[in-house]
Design a protein around this ligand. Structure first.
Ligand SMILES: C[S@@+](CC[C@H](N)C(=O)[O-])C[C@H]1O[C@@H](n2cnc3c(N)ncnc32)[C@H](O)[C@@H]1O
Length: 260
């Protein structure tokens, strides 16, 4: 398969599925322990999509980081097109979006997809809608969401790691996501970092542990109702790291470099 641009290389992961390594961020888009398995575990299962879709129509999913589209393709494979769902994602690199639209043009929803503006691609097939916001999420997502009336039921928080992509793990970012979430939203992410857990807590999310996958000790789920996991709170109270705010992203990057 051709790569989206010279900035990416294909990596075959341990379950046989492929991911892309980004030279721009110095990181792969998925765990090398299994891109597809990780997507199923952290996002489809993590957000309890197959059970909760029966209660909300359309079921609204927000993905942070479109990448090579594996989150969308896996959701399509699991949910099909009979039930009603809307998948909204965002991607800073237009080369990835152009590559995806070309690579998957045999899928009806992609064959139908159009550039509505230079910053938005949309496609629809049967009861499924796909919207990809193209550009820097910190600039493009708030105005896009302000014009719509989304109440996301699931959030796949799948940016690159907090060290490489800190702007999408800040208190301000999670506050924006909370404002556009349904009261029963589940946000799921592969990260178990204390900083991002503090960012989630300070922006009003309740956090619990998610599945362990590959070498990571756990992952994180967040809800707007319920209680926090006591073990996590005890651990965070002892941890010297702080939540990430837009104003301290620079400091966070410097400290992270010191740690690695
Ligand atoms: C870990 S990958 C996402 C993988 C994807 N969910 C999949 O299943 O293929 C993270 C993606 O976030 C994108 N990204 C990073 N910073 C961004 C930003 N500020 N705005 C929008 N997208 C961003 C990267 O270009 C990358 O494609």
């Amino acid at each position: 398969m051709k790569t989206p641009s010279n900035n990416y290389q294909w990596v075959t992961t341990e379950d046989g599925s492929q991911t892309l390594h980004s030279d721009l961020y110095g990181e792969a888009c998925h765990s090398t322990s299994g891109a597809k398995t990780e997507t199923l575990l952290h996002y489809l299962e993590g957000c309890e999509v197959t059970t909760r879709i029966e209660r909300f129509s359309p079921f609204e999913i927000l993905e942070v980081g479109f990448g090579l589209g594996l989150g969308f393709l896996t959701t399509l494979e699991v949910l099909g097109t009979e039930r009603s769902w809307h998948f909204v994602s965002m991607e800073i690199d237009p080369d990835l979006v152009k590559w995806f639209l070309d690579e998957y043009k045999s899928l009806p929803i992609i064959a139908d997809a159009k550039w509505i503006t230079p910053k938005l691609v949309e496609g629809q097939y049967q009861n499924v809608k796909l919207s990809i916001i193209v550009g820097d999420a910190r600039v493009e997502v708030a105005p896009f969401l302000a014009q719509k009336n989304f109440h996301f039921h699931a959030i796949f928080q799948d940016a690159f790691s907090p060290k490489r992509n800190p702007h999408l793990w800040t208190v301000e970012w999670f506050e924006l996501l909370r404002q556009h979430s349904h009261a029963e939203c589940i946000l799921s992410t592969y990260s178990a970092s204390s900083s991002i857990r503090k960012s989630l807590l300070e922006s009003g999310w309740k956090i619990t542990k998610g599945h362990k996958f590959g070498p990571k000790r756990s992952s994180t789920r967040a809800r707007l109702t319920g209680t926090n996991d006591e073990d996590i709170l005890t651990h965070l109270e002892r941890s010297p790291v702080t939540a990430i705010y837009d104003k301290n992203v620079g400091e966070f990057i410097l400290k992270s470099k010191g740690e690695s």
